[in-house]
Design a protein around this ligand. Structure first.
Ligand code: AMP
Length: 255
């Protein structure tokens, strides 16, 4: 199973291809889940391109596409929600309260409806994959999670359904997320181990590009707890608004 919110791009299709390579039957979900959006977020204007999505899934050989309605997913009287705990608290969890409660709940519902052997997620949403791993381990859900690499545009910008919101000028400046990760990687390769110094460099780069910082963080990829020293592979994660469009990206820094 490949869960998505539609507005599909090569990142999503890479998950379908991974599933096709591993599995007999590939089911894609397209569902813009209202419960993971806060009231001020972009639920109503989230890009919806259903026919083009179905054509793309078809051309990749997807066996089944499930496009449920809100009424099918949240039936009358729905009142059960998953509270994920500490892995959901920092980073996206801090900026988007309630987001992972919605994500974990809808993903568990999808897993129960489809009952796949494997489910595919992208590393681009690193914390989301960590939250789902935690949920299925804690609730004994019989599924294997596979996380696939982030697919990028030629200049390094991570593909995202939200990139269509960017004006041509903002699109050019949005490459600063990738440049920030690259500078962090280069600093670590050159021997820098002080997380605060690396974050400061990344911050300067983002500010110079006119980005508004939600967070720039270096964390333990297993716990998502902040690190002060790069002593083991460390996740660099950032969430930046470019002209009000919120973008996220991440990379592992290898000391
Ligand atoms: P979304 O439709 O944005 O909720 O994403 C659905 C799935 O596609 C999630 O598991 C994402 O992590 C994954 N995904 C989104 N963008 C990319 C990308 N650029 N590369 C790889 N996977 C991605």
């Amino acid at each position: 199973m490949v869960p998505t919110m539609g507005a599909l791009h090569e990142g999503h299709l890479s998950l379908v291809r991974a599933s096709k390579a591993d599995c007999d039957i590939t089911v894609a979900w397209i569902y813009v889940n209202p419960s993971q959006f806060a009231p001020h977020e972009d639920l109503s204007k989230y890009p919806r391109t259903l026919q083009a999505d179905i054509d793309k899934l078809d051309s990749c050989g997807t066996d089944l596409v499930f496009v449920p309605t809100d009424a099918e997913v949240y039936r009358p009287g729905h009142s059960t929600w998953i509270e994920v705990g500490t892995i959901a608290e920092p980073l996206e969890g801090r900026c988007r309260p309630g987001h992972f409660r919605g994500v974990a709940t809808v993903v568990l519902k999808m897993l129960n409806m489809v009952q796949p052997d494997l489910a595919y997620f992208g590393q681009k949403d690193f914390q989301q994959a960590a939250v789902i791993r935690r949920t299925i381990a804690d609730l004994d859900v019989p599924v294997e999670i596979r996380v696939c690499p982030t697919i990028r545009e030629n200049d390094g910008l991570a593909m995202s359904s939200r990139n269509v919101y960017l004006s041509p000028d903002a699109r050019q400046r949005a490459v600063v997320l990738w440049n920030g990760l690259e500078i962090a990687r280069r600093m670590v390769a050159a021997g820098q181990r002080d997380a605060a110094i690396i974050v400061r460099q990344m911050t300067e780069l983002v500010v110079a590009a006119g980005g508004e910082i939600d967070y720039i963080a270096l964390v333990d990829p297993n716990t998502l707890a902040a690190v002060t020293e790069i002593a083991f592979p460390t996740l660099a994660a950032l969430a930046i608004k470019i002209d009000g469009i919120r973008l996220i990206d991440n990379a592992i820094l290898e000391p």
